[in-house]
Design a protein around this ligand. Structure first.
Ligand SMILES: *Cc1c(COP(=O)(O)O)cnc(C)c1O
Length: 360
């Protein structure tokens, strides 16, 4: 069997150990005579998986007791609407616009008809940085940020301190560093970048926010519905939650989230060093103070699209896929989530160095 190094942005690479473990138990789950996919979501067999996913998340991510963890569907994009539906009190909500995903969240606030304001934006510089000193109003209904901008390769180095509840879209960097929960009131993420397959959406919410939703918010779109039912109000995405539980075990085996953060720093440094030491052949999109440890977006000098295509083709031929940059900025993007190995990054850097030498 030969596995590629998958640098795709999402759905993204999953640790081989996790896939093999799932494969081993796919047809006959630990002697149950059926797959976990076929089990009732009300069965003991599934319940154990569900609870293990939740308890390992709480343990590894150090989620305080006054937060609920919800396992939902609809992707991060549904959260763009659920956040204003559930958190707006009729006052003003404030957003920081640091890329396409923030813009989409703002669009949904608009559709909900709530009062909102974009109080900081990096749009004028094609989202190449996180604006400094973002100041959310103390009395905002909530303050909204995107912790990691998957397309542009920028990431908050620290979260802003707010009096208003801070909402964080962490779809592309959840579980990649320890979180200071004293700053965060609601965090959400689609699982398919850093936490498993698509189909599961993780919401970590401070309990005191659960009572805000107005009466006309549909049951399925109310956080309290899922909190009250331990995320078993309706059929949850059981197989995805199973894989999520295996990923949590994998993280634990790696030494936890702090250990992963260290590894992520080392991994990203290998790639950023290659860019910085290329004598301008490679040009990173993000300013240095805003660089993401998860998505590294870069161009070849003068945005040479022919050379960029040539490098992407060469990489593909060498078993490194998913490197084409998002159409909005072109170039290349290496997504190096928790599950991307150091070996994968070293292989990419080796190719990049050789390519630069030959095409300078
Ligand atoms: C991928 C992504 C989304 C969209 O996720 P879906 O689950 O496809 O809706 C939202 N925000 C960020 C930061 C992302 O990276």
């Amino acid at each position: 069997m030969s596995r590629v190094f998958n640098f795709g942005a999402g759905p993204a690479t999953i640790p081989l150990e996790v896939l093999e473990e799932a494969q081993k138990h796919l047809v006959d789950y630990h002697g149950e005579g059926m797959s976990i996919m076929e089990a009732s979501h009300r069965s003991k067999m599934y319940d154990d998986v569900h609870n293990e996913a939740l308890s390992l998340m709480r343990e590894l991510y150090e989620i305080p007791a006054d937060y609920d963890i919800l396992l939902l569907q609809g992707g991060a994009s549904t959260q763009f609407a659920m956040v204003p539906m559930n958190l707006s009190l009729g006052g003003k909500a404030e957003y920081a616009d640091t890329g396409s995903w923030s813009s989409k969240a703002i669009k949904e606030a608009k559709i909900q008809g709530i009062d909102f304001e974009t109080i900081a934006s990096s749009k004028e510089s094609s989202h190449n940085h996180i604006p400094a000193d973002i100041n959310f109003s103390d009395d905002a209904d909530y303050a909204y940020i995107t912790s990691n901008n998957t397309i542009y390769g920028t990431q908050y180095q620290t979260f802003p301190s707010t009096k208003a509840p801070l909402v964080v879209d962490a779809s592309s960097d959840i579980f990649s560093y320890p979180v200071d929960w004293s700053k965060v009131d609601l965090m959400f993420a689609g699982a398919q970048k850093n936490a498993g397959p698509s189909g599961v959406t993780i919401v970590i919410i401070k309990k005191e926010l659960l009572t805000r939703a107005k009466d006309n918010v549909p049951s399925m779109l109310r956080y309290s519905t899922h909190a009250d039912a331990d995320s078993l109000y309706n059929t949850p995405p059981t197989f995805g939650i199973y894989i999520l539980s295996l990923i949590m075990k994998w993280i634990k085996g790696k030494g936890g989230i702090e250990a992963l953060q260290k590894l992520n720093e080392e991994k990203a440094a290998i790639l950023y060093d290659a860019i910085d030491n290329s004598d301008g052949f490679y040009v990173g999109h993000a300013t240095k103070d805003s660089r993401s440890l998860m998505n590294v977006s870069f161009n070849i000098k003068d945005k040479d699209a022919d050379l960029e295509a040539k490098l992407i083709k060469l990489a593909t031929e060498s078993g490194m896929i998913g490197l084409k940059g998002h159409r909005s900025i072109g170039g290349l993007r290496a997504s190096i989530y928790n599950a991307m190995s150091k070996e994968g990054i070293q292989a990419l850097v080796e190719l990049m160095n050789k390519f630069a030498k030959e095409n300078r």
